[in-house]
Design a protein around this ligand. Structure first.
Ligand code: SF4
Length: 507
């Protein structure tokens, strides 16, 4: 356990997140919960404590007290640059914390001190700001502006050269793609189907086994219809750019239920300007020819069929309840039915796998030639069975053995071999290798909804249990409202769920 202490409470979250990044296996006690008194010297060891004193704005001081984890005591005081204020002053001090911990542990983090989930949003805003200052346009970005942005992010947040390059290229591609979409005069619709054939070991999404919930599905679909009818009223005057049906696994619904849902979407929602309609078919064990034919009846133009790995042993171990052969069949079936934009997700760092398993997965996927590839670095979520099992068994983090950087390099290379470019990325808490999740796609096959989610340039109206609706204002302000996760509670309280959105979009 490492306790944190600081005199600047507004930096508490950052201190927590950055310490957790350096000491992945340790329990970190955030500053507000820490007992600041030193514990008795137990068995000759003191408690682990990191204390950051930002003091009188002229000196930054960090002290580490040795314990079982930190191992040695150290202290450093650094002069703060005079005249800096606002964000610059904050970033300088937080950079000091990063430098200290990096030097102390001998570890550099690929994304440096950036702890947020949307690093490209920062890059994009810097690029646009500089380009506007220079010549009043925001695209394409000049080379010198890209160089200045990369240097600024490296100096301020200690982002590595490689990640800086990646972020710039993604920000630039996103900016081009967003030209065809609407910002505050547009919106997207997210529909949550919180059912799956079985629960994957690492899952923390809202997902319930369909075999137990079958009876409630008709009522659930009725609620979605009510929500969509209200969405049309509340978003009147705005253009619907994209629709994304996710979950859970939407194809857990029967072909008839899927037909009811898609027919309601096309009857209720204004589709005249729709650019993308995704259904996350996800689990191959939920895909049938009837369901693919149903989707083809409607303007669904992008689906996801996900293996996560092409190794049967791993699939079994992570509770996916399908085989590699089933995945290949489902993928080919979708192609045969005419789907020409199929995404496929993989996860790096699954238990029992090493880099050669990832290489094998990538080679098998190349044979299928998907249109986009989303590469996740395994994050261990608090709400997952995996986390529970690890806690109960006192298991060490098996990801420590896995070479995430090498595996991510192989995935980027495979994506490039398939003619794909990186086009969005996001980070999560406790990601394997402190890396990121990256979406790659071929030109013309980019997932526009994914970009809109990451860059937060338009409102996302979300319907269904466990979903979060996001209102994005023209000035960038964002407000959210969520829906309860429990399906029965969602159905029983549908009027309240709708009312929350009425309030969010009032005025
Ligand atoms: S398919 Fe996705 S949503 Fe369903 S259990 Fe697995 S990880 Fe969770």
């Amino acid at each position: 356990m490492i306790k944190l202490k600081t005199d600047k409470h507004e930096y508490a979250y950052f201190l927590y997140a950055i310490t957790k990044s350096f000491f992945k296996d340790a329990e970190i006690v955030p500053p507000d919960k820490a007992v600041h008194n030193m514990l008795p010297d137990d068995e000759g060891e003191k408690e682990d404590l990191i204390e950051c004193i930002f003091g009188d704005e002229t000196l930054f001081k960090v002290t580490v007290n040795k314990g079982r984890i930190l191992g040695e005591s150290r202290a450093v005081s650094l002069p703060v640059t005079k005249g800096l204020d606002g964000e610059s002053a904050k970033y300088e001090k937080l950079g000091f914390v990063y430098d200290f911990l990096s030097e102390y542990t001998g570890v550099s983090l690929p994304w440096g001190s950036l702890t947020g989930i949307r690093p490209t949003k920062l890059y994009l805003s810097k690029l646009i700001g500089l380009q506007n200052e220079k010549n009043g346009t925001d695209h394409p970005f000049d080379d010198d502006i890209k160089a200045v942005t990369k240097k600024y992010m490296a100096d301020t947040f200690r982002v590595s050269e490689e990640k800086g390059e990646l972020a710039i290229s993604i920000a630039e591609r996103e900016q081009g793609l967003m030209k065809s979409l609407h910002s505050d005069d547009g919106y997207s619709l997210y529909i949550g189907i919180p059912f799956c054939p079985s629960t994957c070991l690492y899952c923390s999404f809202t997902s319930y086994p369909i075999f137990k919930y079958r009876k409630i599905v008709p009522e659930y679909l009725e609620c979605l219809k009510k929500e969509m009818a209200e969405a049309v009223k509340l978003m009147d005057g705005k253009i619907l750019d994209t629709i994304y049906i996710g979950g859970g696994t939407p194809t857990s619904l029967s072909a008839e239920e899927l037909d009811v849902l898609l027919s309601a979407v096309t009857d209720i929602m204004p589709l005249d300007h729709l650019k993308e309609f995704t259904v996350e078919a996800g689990r191959p064990d939920s895909i049938t020819i009837d369901k693919l034919k149903v989707m083809k009846k409607y303007p669904v133009n992008r689906i996801s069929v996900n293996p996560q790995t092409m190794n049967d042993k791993t699939l079994q171990a992570i509770g996916r309840a399908h085989t590699v052969a089933q995945y290949v069949d489902a993928f080919k079936l979708a192609r045969d039915e005419g789907f020409d934009n199929i995404n496929t997700d993989i996860i790096l760092g699954l238990k029992g796998e090493d880099v050669s398993d990832v290489e094998y997965t990538l080679n098998r996927l190349k044979e299928l030639n998907p249109d986009s590839l989303t590469v996740h670095s395994l994050a261990i979520k608090r709400a997952s069975r995996l986390k529970l099992e690890m806690d109960l068994n006192g298991t060490d983090d098996f990801r420590n053995e896995f070479d995430f950087e090498k595996a991510m390099g192989l995935a980027s290379k495979a994506a490039s071999d398939m003619g794909m470019n990186p086009y969005y990325l996001y980070r999560q808490k406790d990601m394997g290798g402190n890396l990121e999740n990256t979406g790659f796609a071929r030109d013309g096959k980019y997932g526009l909804y994914n970009i809109l989610m990451m860059e937060e340039v338009q409102s996302i109206y979300a319907v269904g249990a466990g979903t979060v609706t996001k209102r994005v204002y023209g000035n960038g302000r964002i407000e959210r409202c969520d829906a309860v996760k429990d399906v029965k509670m969602y159905v029983d309280n549908i009027e309240d769920m709708i009312d929350r959105k009425r309030k969010l979009f009032a005025d």
